[in-house]
Each structure stands twice: as structure tokens, then as C-alpha cells.
Ligand binder design. Structure first.
Ligand code: COA
Length: 332
């Protein structure tokens, strides 16, 4: 049997640190409110002079390759999870392929928001298991700072979302590796967390820039309490689903790396599963919610800090816009 294994993990975040204190100068909010409700202390915003989603992903990739002792030329497929591609089309996967100087390998974009990295990992896992590819680059990367509304009107989302990139390299192995992935969605809740425009399902006259720019164009709409209620239920469900599918108990998880949606959500999940602090990794305090990038950034930092060792059982779990939710159980 052929399995896939993560052989390298890396991340990159922009240099510019945006503190809660800074946000109090552009909107009616406080450091206390943000920390108490979300756990976030600071986040990173891109520098328009040098950062793009694709080049941040390239920097994360180079770190992952270096840690895996591989080079760009080893990569034979890219799966790129983002909801904030550099262009409306084509996707950021091809821009990364160009940035890495790779010729004609396939590049696939995944648009599953906060669950995007686990969806991408699952797709890559199937390609490796089937024997189609040998070295797959899986990316989660976002630039959200250019879309959020930095004013009191947008404060319920502006304080949460931020920028960053993470990369994982997958290769075949005789032993797992990725033990399982579980993917879910429920589109009945699509409009509870969404960006309406530039959507295609508008009459032509409503799609003209002057019609949509001030109202719905790139405006994040979030029903925070609904997202919270569903997130805590689905996180627990999908983690338990992964454990049951592998005949494992929660005590066997060495490290849970949840999507960094909100520290309160992670803490709720930790409490319900009765996991110790050393069994859960959180870095939302430093980076905010970086959507598809949050899990690979957290994995990369946890690995660098020595929190992930060979043979450890690592559980990834995510919930977000769609709604979508997903988990991956990995023997490192
Ligand atoms: N600073 C200060 N006050 C704020 C604020 C901010 N940044 N954002 C919202 N408020 C205000 C609201 O205007 C509201 O004021 P009002 O009572 O006078 O109307 C009050 O705080 C409470 O708003 P509400 O939206 O009910 O707050 P909440 O307790 O639900 O917390 C979230 C808001 C977003 C922190 C919370 O709903 C949440 O964590 N949801 C999950 C979001 C999430 O994880 N999203 C990512 C999913 S991937």
C-alpha cells in the first residue's frame, strides 16, 4: 500500500505587524475587546510594494523544500488553497508555478476558505496514493488585509482576518503518513460568512464598478454568533470522526492543530475533548485568522519549536465559510 507523508513544512508572514492598539486608531474598538473575544494581539499585513499571495507562498515553499532537503525541480504538482488569489483569474497556483521557475507542471486552486488547506491536503493525498504524482506542493496562502474594511463599520471582521502563507510537501511512503481526511460542507449557511462581489450572478448593469464598489465589492459579511455556534459543534464532530475512523482515542493525539479561527473556539474544543495545553497548538495571538494559511503556518511553527516529532499523531481540523469543515489525522 502506498501512503503520503508530509516531508517538509514551511511558512512566511509579511513583516508589517498590526497591533490591536493600531486598530483602535482607525476604528471604534479596544485591545481588551479584541483579546477577550478573539485572543488576537497582533497580525501581519502585506506590503503592496513586495508581497503577493504567490510570492509569499513561494517563500513558504522554499523553507519547506529546504527542511525536506528537496529543490523546486522535485515538485510535480501544486495544490493551492486560497480565497484571495492575486487575480480574479487565473488562480494563484499558476503564478506560484511561474515564481518557482517550474515548467508546465499542473497547478490546481482550491476555494474552501478556512477548510481550504485540509481540502488541498486531501486532494494531494489521493494523487499520491493513486501513484499519479510523487512530490506535491500543498499551499494555504491569503492576503485579506486589502479587502477588510478598516473602519468601525467593518470592525467585527477587520479585527480578525490577516495575511500569511504556509506550504507542505507530500511524498509517497510505505507507511502512513496521512491516516485519513474527512471533508464536509453545508451550503445552507453560505451567506453567514461570505463576500458577495465580484460575483457572477448579478445582472450586467448591477455588476458595473460604480454599482457595487461601495456596497458589496469585497466586503466580508459575517454573522459572528452563527459562525461560532456551528464551528464548535463541527470541530468536535470532525475530530471525533477522524479518531473513530482510525480506532484511536483522543488521548492518543500528540498535537491538535486547529484552524486559527478564534482562540475562544479552540479553547472550547480543547475543553470539550479534555486535551491538555501541550496537546493543542495556537498562534492566533500573533497572526490573527489567516484563513487557508492558518493551519500550515501553525504546523510549521509547531514543528520548528519541536512540538512535532517523528511518529507523533497530529490532528488537523478546520471550520469556515461555506460552511465547510474538515479534519486530517496524520502520523508524522
Ligand atoms: N470592537 C468593539 N466592539 C465590537 C467589535 C470590535 N471589533 N466588533 C463588534 N463589536 C460590538 C458589536 O457592534 C456589538 O455591539 P452592540 O451590542 O452595541 O450591537 C457587540 O460588540 C457585540 O457584537 P457581537 O457580534 O454580538 O459580538 P460577539 O460576542 O458575537 O463577538 C465575534 C463577535 C466575531 C468575536 C464572535 O461572534 C466570534 O468569535 N464569532 C466567530 C467568528 C469566527 O471565528 N470567524 C472566523 C471563522 S473561520
Amino acid at each position: 500500500m502506498r501512503y503520503s507523508k508530509i516531508v517538509g513544512i514551511g511558512h512566511h508572514v509579511p513583516e508589517t505587524v498590526i497591533t490591536n492598539q493600531y486598530l483602535t486608531t482607525v476604528m471604534d474598538t479596544t485591545d481588551e475587546w479584541i483579546q477577550e473575544r478573539t485572543g488576537i494581539k497582533e497580525r501581519r499585513y502585506m506590503d503592496p510594494a513586495k508581497d503577493t499571495v504567490a510570492n509569499m507562498a513561494a517563500k513558504a515553499t522554499r523553507l519547506a523544500l529546504q527542511r525536506a532537503n528537496l529543490t523546486e525541480k522535485d515538485i510535480d504538482f501544486i495544490v493551492f488553497a486560497t480565497i484571495t488569489p492575486d487575480y480574479f483569474f487565473p488562480g494563484s497556483g499558476v503564478l506560484l508555478q511561474r515564481e518557482l521557475g517550474l515548467e508546465s507542471i499542473g497547478a490546481l486552486d482550491i476555494r474552501n476558505a478556512c477548510s481550504g488547506f485540509i481540502y488541498a491536503l486531501s486532494v494531494a493525498d489521493q494523487f499520491i496514493k493513486s501513484g499519479m504524482y510523487k512530490t506535491i506542493l500543498v499551499i494555504g496562502a491569503e492576503i485579506q488585509s486589502t479587502a477588510i474594511e478598516l473602519s468601525t463599520k467593518g470592525r467585527n471582521t477587520a479585527v480578525i482576518f490577516a495575511d500569511g502563507a504556509g506550504a507542505a510537501i507530500l511524498q509517497p511512503n510505505e507507511k502512513p503518513g496521512i491516516l485519513s481526511t474527512h471533508l464536509h460542507s453545508d451550503g445552507r449557511f453560505a451567506e453567514e460568512l461570505y463576500v458577495r462581489d465580484p460575483g457572477s450572478s448579478r445582472p450586467r448593469e448591477e455588476r458595473q464598478p460604480e454599482q457595487i464598489l461601495d456596497t458589496t465589492h469585497f466586503k466580508v459579511v459575517m454573522n459572528g454568533s452563527q459562525v461560532f455556534k456551528h464551528a464548535v459543534v463541527r470541530f468536535l464532530e470532525v475530530i471525533n470522526e477522524a479518531l473513530e475512523a482510525n480506532g484511536m482515542k483522543k488521548e492518543e493525539i500528540n498535537l491538535l492543530v486547529p484552524h486559527q479561527a478564534n482562540l475562544r473556539i479552540s479553547q472550547f474544543v480543547q475543553e470539550k475533548l479534555a486535551l491538555r495545553d501541550d496537546q493543542v497548538y495556537n498562534n492566533i495571538m500573533r497572526y490573527g485568522n489567516t484563513t487557508a494559511a492558518s493551519i500550515p503556518i501553525a504546523l510549521s511553527e509547531a514543528w520548528a519549536e519541536g512540538r512535532i516529532k517523528e511518529n507523533d499523531v497530529i490532528c488537523l481540523a478546520a471550520f469556515g465559510s461555506g460552511f465547510t469543515w474538515a479534519s486530517a489525522l496524520i502520523r508524522w
